[in-house]
Write a protein that binds this ligand. Structure first.
Ligand code: ADP
Ligand code: MG
Length: 322
């Protein structure tokens, strides 16, 4: 392995067009756009906890950026700058670092985000800490707390696919190579819905990205907003690949509670429905109305035939599910 400084110079230093002073000094310097609020978010990924140690490093780099960009998306903020704190264990050799850094940088570039700094250490286990700085006009950020009774509840994409990808890594399931690829791609290279988040400014009342499962993350909106919800399972969009897995007993559980999809769940006034469809079309991502925000504290889920489904609305909790 090269020295820390060689690694930084070779793999972690990239042109940063939106940054006055990027990697190389004690701090990066950038000029926020006048009048914008900064939205800042950090995520930590730990080997064998958030990702398997043998995950393809290029894809892991993509995902490490994507999960953070997704937080900016969920606020309706435009991601501008990112930092990477990384701890490398003896299992990460230089080809690993090169591929990881390439994936991380490519995903940031897709969203016009500069990689402006970080920290690099060695340690017993690989850890990846990413911080995103994003911009949003004051008062326009999409908070979790804005849902109002009567709002429609919307979701982007096809939840559950990443959860099935994770199941595939743990169990032997028979399916076509094409479907297997689809689920693993959704798990390992999620698409942060940055364009959608921006297009929802002024339309959505509340938003969150789905990292822990649709019900759990919608639950965070309901908690923060002091509202309830009535959902219709049959309205949740399924991928073609998921439709083909309906012999799996737990496919509904994956759709409702599988994590790692990084789709957006949001609420909006019914009068905004057609504007939201246009916003989603401009962002090139499908969205669907899956239920209603209610003024009780009840969380109700119906199947396609009007029968209630009993589901846990809690998601993954690192301090309870260990
Ligand atoms: P210091 O000791 O002052 O913290 P470092 O030697 O840690 O400085 O970092 C030197 C420069 O390299 C800094 O500009 C820092 O932001 C950058 N850097 C270090 N690690 C990374 C990384 N993983 N990604 C991007 N930049 C990094
Ligand atoms: Mg440092």
């Amino acid at each position: 392995m090269r020295s820390e400084f060689e690694l930084i110079r070779r793999h972690f230093t990239h042109p940063a067009p939106g940054t006055r002073l990027p990697v190389g000094d004690d701090c990066a310097l950038m000029s926020p756009s006048p009048g914008q609020e900064l939205a800042v978010s950090t995520d930590v990924l730990v080997a064998e906890r958030h990702f398997f140690g043998n995950t393809d490093p290029y894809r892991l780099g993509r995902k490490s950026a994507a999960v953070n960009l997704s937080d900016a998306a969920a606020m309706g903020a435009r991601p501008r700058w990112a930092t990477l704190g990384i701890t490398l264990s003896p299992a990460q050799d230089e080809p690993w670092v090169e591929a990881f850094a390439r994936g991380f940088h490519e995903e940031l570039q897709v969203h016009g985000t500069d990689w402006v700094g970080g920290d690099t250490t060695a340690g017993p286990v690989a850890m990846i800490a990413v911080t995103i700085l994003a911009e949003v006009p004051p008062g326009q950020a999409l908070l979790r707390s804005g849902a109002q009774p009567g709002d429609d509840i919307w979701v982007s994409g096809t939840p559950g696919d990443a959860g099935l990808g994770l199941k595939l890594l743990k169990e032997n399931l028979a399916m076509s190579e094409e479907d297997r690829r689809h689920f693993l791609d959704r798990l390992e290279t999620p698409t942060p819905r940055v364009m959608l988040g921006l297009a929802l400014r002024g339309l959505a009342h509340a938003a969150i990205d789905i990292s822990d499962g649709l019900l759990a993350d919608l639950g965070h909106i309901l908690d923060a907003s002091g509202t309830g919800a009535c959902l219709e399972f049959a309205r949740i969009p399924l991928s073609k690949a998921m439709v083909r897995q309906q012999s799996l007993a737990d496919w509904p559980l994956l759709v409702l509670s599988g994590g790692d999809d990084y789709e957006l769940c949001f609420t909006a006034a019914p009068a905004s429905a057609s504007a939201i469809q246009r916003a989603a079309a401009s962002a090139d991502v499908p969205v669907a109305r899956i239920g209603k925000v209610t003024d009780s504290s009840d969380r109700i889920l119906y199947d396609g035939d009007g029968w209630p489904m009993v589901m846990a609305w809690q998601g993954f909790d690192h301090f309870r599910n260990v």
